[in-house]
Design a protein around this ligand. Structure first.
Ligand SMILES: Nc1ncnc2c1ncn2[C@@H]1O[C@H](COP(=O)(O)OP(=O)(O)O)[C@@H](O)[C@H]1O
Ligand SMILES: [Mg+2]
Length: 139
């Protein structure tokens, strides 16, 4: 499905709706360039699990941030990942576990992404407008 968001708040709201539909073990792959709204979307998804959106930040050096919600919630940001590190960080363990994993720059996860996953593409479409294409789940 394709949606249009015209504000940061709207993207968070769409994220929250996605979060409300997620089940244990689900993997959400986020795609989109820098500033497209991936981290904003993670804030919304996390809010559905009772996580304070202020605790969700853009990765500086942290690649995987883990939150103890009702289910383990993993915010994974592969922006700074060098391809030969994929094995090292043990991505597989997070993506095949019983928690919820949300991945920014998911294209860098390669084979570690399970075949069954939810994908969200965010495209810049004007200063405050983003096209959001969601596959694998309805909201
Ligand atoms: N409709 C929108 N959805 C999401 N972010 C938006 C929107 N309009 C403007 N923005 C701004 O775009 C930026 C998105 O940043 P961020 O979520 O960190 O992107 P990314 O993680 O993809 O690099 C924020 O500064 C946010 O305020
Ligand atoms: Mg980000």
């Amino acid at each position: 499905m394709k949606l249009l968001s015209s504000s940061e708040a709207e993207t968070k709201d769409i994220g929250r709706r996605i979060g409300e539909k997620l089940k244990k073990g689900d993997v959400v792959c986020l795609y989109g360039e820098l500033g497209a709204g991936k981290t904003t979307m993670v804030k919304g998804i996390a809010s559905a699990f009772g996580i304070n959106e202020r605790d969700i930040t853009s990765a500086s050096f942290t690649i995987i941030a883990e939150y103890d919600a009702d289910v383990p919630f993993y915010h994974i940001d592969l922006y700074r990942l060098v391809s030969d590190e994929i094995e090292e960080i043990g991505l597989q363990d997070y993506l095949r576990g019983s928690g919820i994993a949300v991945i920014e720059w998911a294209e860098r996860a390669g084979q570690a992404v399970p075949e069954k996953h939810i994908s969200v593409r965010l495209d810049y479409s004007g200063e405050d407008v983003r096209e959001i294409e969601i596959e694998g789940i309805g909201v």
